[in-house]
Design a protein around this ligand. Structure first.
Ligand code: 0X9
Ligand code: ZN
Length: 308
């Protein structure tokens, strides 16, 4: 399919989501969370056989493209939609019947479009920092959540890629993620914040402490890593599964920690493969990468459901 042969721009993602909503009206609700800083609609799909009314079903919430340059992440979200709706295998019917899905393919559309047109390695949002005297633009969305805000793994200089923002949830883009988490909280069983690169399945907390259900969290993370490793290309690293602060680095204000602390039982950050190209993975890798990652998503959905 066209959309999985090259990186889709914001407008193509938008029309794909609109098309899914009109083609599968009984399964899909398209929600416009609101405008980005620059006014682009931030949309997500709700996928459910029971219109999200059956509280006995867990919700799987995934989002992608919180960091603009991490281009491989949005195709994974779109491919998940594709496998649930357009190309569902008979053996995957349980994923549709037993689980409700919230899929947000582009958290940070302003940053993504800027990385397409101006600066390929742009990471942050594109908000103007009015309350600090600076020319520098943007906030690291994954430092902007209200969890130990502005403490670790940040730089208070607004020109830094790790600028957490003037205050927690200063960015509308992180507000929308927060609002989804809080609106569906008792039913969101797993939150998967998709990033790149480096082949990690990370879990909480970034301050190196563990939630009480860490054994189950690790079990699901390890299953994800194993199935994705079983399909890995020779150029890719093996997945490293572990506590984000221990196996990567400590941070504050990150989406995964926020989701876990407000009550999501299973909260992960996936760092997808870079294949030696870091953020600039050639589109020829995309077809394999989305299929391999979908297997990780599918196993995490099935295992998380057992614990619901
Ligand atoms: O630093 C980040 O925000 C993530 N890595 S990235 O290269 N995609 O920017 C890792 C976040 C992992 N989670 C926490 N440290 N809480
Ligand atoms: Zn990232």
């Amino acid at each position: 399919r066209m959309i999985f042969s090259d990186y889709p721009r914001y407008a193509e993602v938008d029309s794909y989501m609109e098309r899914m909503a009109s083609t599968y009206p009984n399964l899909v609700t398209l929600v416009n969370a609101g405008p980005s800083f620059e006014g682009r609609a931030i949309k997500y799909l709700k996928i459910s056989t029971t219109n999200f009314t059956d509280a006995s079903k867990p919700i799987y919430f995934m989002d992608a493209m919180m960091h603009a340059r991490e281009w491989v992440t949005t195709p994974v979200a779109l491919y998940s939609i594709h496998r649930l709706l357009e190309n569902r295998r008979p053996e995957d019917q349980d994923l549709l019947d037993d689980i409700d899905w919230i899929i947000l393919p582009i958290v940070n559309p302003d940053g993504y479009e800027f990385s397409q047109t101006d600066n390929r390695l742009w990471r942050k949002t594109r908000s103007v920092n009015l309350n600090v005297s600076t020319e520098c633009i943007g906030v690291d969305a994954n430092r902007n959540f209200d969890i130990e805000f502005n403490t670790t793994g940040v730089f208070t200089n607004p020109c830094s890629n790790l600028f957490p923002g003037p205050y927690a949830f200063s960015e509308v883009e992180t507000q929308y993620v927060r609002d989804i988490l809080l609106e569906y909280l008792p039913r969101i069983q797993l939150y998967n914040d998709i990033h790149s690169h480096g082949n990690y399945v990370l879990f909480c907390y970034a301050n190196k402490t563990l939630p009480p259900n860490a054994a189950h969290i690790h079990h699901i993370g390890a299953a994800m890593g194993a199935i994705m490793d079983s399909m890995k290309l020779p150029q890719a690293r093996f997945y490293l599964v572990g506590n984000s602060g221990l196996v990567l680095y400590p941070t504050s204000g990150s989406a995964d920690d926020y989701a876990q602390v407000v009550g999501v039982p299973f909260s992960y950050t996936m760092e997808l493969p870079g294949y030696g190209y870091e953020f600039m993975v050639p589109p020829s890798y995309m077809d394999h990468m989305v299929k391999e990652t979908w297997e990780g998503i599918a196993v995490s959905a099935r295992l998380a459901r057992i614990h619901y």
